[in-house]
Design a protein around this ligand. Structure first.
Ligand code: C5P
Length: 229
């Protein structure tokens, strides 16, 4: 079993990211490249990480017309990424097109969806004419994601148990907002520990600053992996 830990490489440049990655091993973590790093460093950086043997989660949350999202997924798959994501609110045609686009690859990346951004509360949803509770919206979009044949969703720890019960054990849950005991909360509002995350059935945890800003990142990685087994 490879590591269930995905480190969020939230760095502003390729140089800073690669310098940090030097100390890491693909056998003890996977890496997430999001907007900040991708916009700054582009696909070359992703290729370098893949060449070094890392499983890379390209977290670009595609949300566009089906044809465009399908083409973007193909481009991502050609980079050799391990996982990528789309917004479930792009609809079933978009998600089906994304899945189809990846079907031809020998080792297709895992394709997951974002349901409702955790920054969206009830008041924010109402402003875009979604009147049902956020939990219901998450549940409905997760059901749509599963019906489209995607591999799982990004979700908060609070949603995890309900989604596992609803979507089944094979449906992957990928969860940020994870904080090892004793680390800073930063700007995350509802946090859980790696151990609690695993007990909730979460498949992969995304951890950024508690590792990237630690004095001894490898010690934090070892401790988290111990809790995730
Ligand atoms: O540093 P930290 O552990 O808070 O980083 C969490 C990572 O997960 C960041 O890259 C952040 O963008 C991402 N994320 C999140 N909450 C979400 C979705 C993604 O923190 N709901």
């Amino acid at each position: 079993m490879t590591s269930r830990l995905i480190i969020a490489l939230d760095f502003p440049s390729a140089e800073l990211a690669l310098n940090f990655v030097k100390q890491l091993s693909p056998s003890t973590c996977k890496l997430k490249v999001g907007f900040e790093l991708f916009v700054a460093a582009g696909p070359d950086l992703v290729r370098k990480l893949v060449e070094q043997g890392f499983d890379v989660f390209l977290d670009l949350k595609f949300h566009d017309i089906p044809n465009t999202v399908a083409a973007a997924c193909k481009s991502a798959a050609k980079l050799g990424v391990w996982m990528l994501n789309v917004h479930a609110s792009g609809g079933d045609k978009m998600m089906l097109a994304a899945r189809e686009a990846l079907a031809g690859f020998q080792l297709p990346p895992k394709l997951i969806a974002v349901t409702v951004l955790t920054s969206m509360d009830q008041a924010q949803l109402e402003k875009i004419n979604i009147s049902q509770a956020p939990e219901q919206q998450v549940s409905d979009l997760a059901a749509l994601t599963k019906a489209c044949g995607l591999d799982g969703v990004v979700c908060s720890a609070q949603e995890a148990q309900q989604l596992k019960a609803q979507c089944g054990s094979e449906f992957l849950l990928v969860t940020p907002g994870i904080r090892p005991v004793g680390s800073k909360q930063d700007d995350q509002s509802r946090i859980v520990t790696p151990l609690a995350a695993r007990q909730m059935g979460i498949d992969y945890v995304v951890v950024g600053r508690p590792i990237t800003q630690a004095n001894d990142p490898l010690a934090v990685i070892t401790a988290i992996n111990f809790d995730l087994v």
